[in-house]
Design a protein around this ligand. Structure first.
Ligand SMILES: [Zn+2]
Length: 242
């Protein structure tokens, strides 16, 4: 028993030494639970560059679900998202509610957005997030038939106002930190409804990243998954290291 305690003490001392000296950065990152920040409805000239500036400053990679109509208008922002190492997903052409559309129009919403993003970046998205989280059986089958994964939903367990409801900087920070869980996909926006919120609300982003880091989280991006995530409302996607 005595020797076991001694061995444990040695192991703890070794661990403390490793922490003091600092192991490989990648190994430390791999040990952290990951959060996936996602930004929808952009790109927008009002906010996407700001979000990218903060993410760069904080060394965070995120996932952007773009509207095709906005990507077409602001291709430089789309290229910047790609160039800075973020993941780009499809969020339809014009934010349509898929259950209201004919099958032909659902297909057009998906295809035109993929084609526009591919023309700008060279790569078609593999992730689909349906506007309002509303898919259809037709659209779900269609995206699978073209090798896409989705719908990518989000962690939504606490029931607080999201950023699109303009709760202010403290409100958005509380929403994100309360929804945070290992592997959680967090819903945020850089276009559409959030653009009418007071500009001061954007102070949330840098502070929220710092708060999540202080809780021990790292930041990942969304990747396709063959099975639905119960944590993220049935998303066919998982958060992985960038
Ligand atoms: Zn949206």
């Amino acid at each position: 028993m005595k020797s076991k305690i001694a061995t444990t003490a040695l192991a703890i001392a070794g661990l403390a030494m490793a922490l003091l000296v600092g192991g490989p950065a990648s190994a430390q990152a791999a040990d952290k639970p990951l959060i996936g920040l996602t930004f929808d409805d952009g790109p927008s000239p009002e906010r996407t560059a700001f979000v990218l500036d903060i993410l760069k400053e904080k060394n965070v990679k995120a996932t952007f679900f773009l509207q095709g109509s906005h990507a077409q208008l602001y291709p430089d922002l789309v290229r910047r998202i790609r160039d800075e190492g973020h993941v780009i997903g499809n969020h339809s052409w014009d934010h349509a509610n898929f259950p209201d559309l004919t099958q032909a129009n659902q297909k057009r919403e998906i295809d035109s957005t993929n084609a526009t993003i591919k023309a700008i970046t060279g790569t078609a998205p593999t992730l689909m997030r349906f506007p309002f989280g509303n898919s259809s059986s037709y659209a779900m089958n269609y995206i699978r038939s073209i090798g896409m994964s989705g719908g990518i939903q989000w962690h939504w367990h606490v029931g607080q106002p999201g950023d699109f409801e303009c709760p202010g900087a403290a409100g958005v920070q509380k929403y994100v930190t309360d929804e945070a869980a290992p592997g959680a996909i967090i819903l945020l926006h850089d276009g559409n409804d959030v653009l009418s919120c007071p500009a001061s609300q954007w102070n949330y982003l840098a502070k929220t990243i710092d708060a999540l880091r202080a809780k021990g989280y790292g930041f990942g991006v969304v990747a396709p998954s063959a099975t639905p995530s119960a944590l993220n409302e049935g998303s066919y996607g998982v958060v992985v290291a960038p």
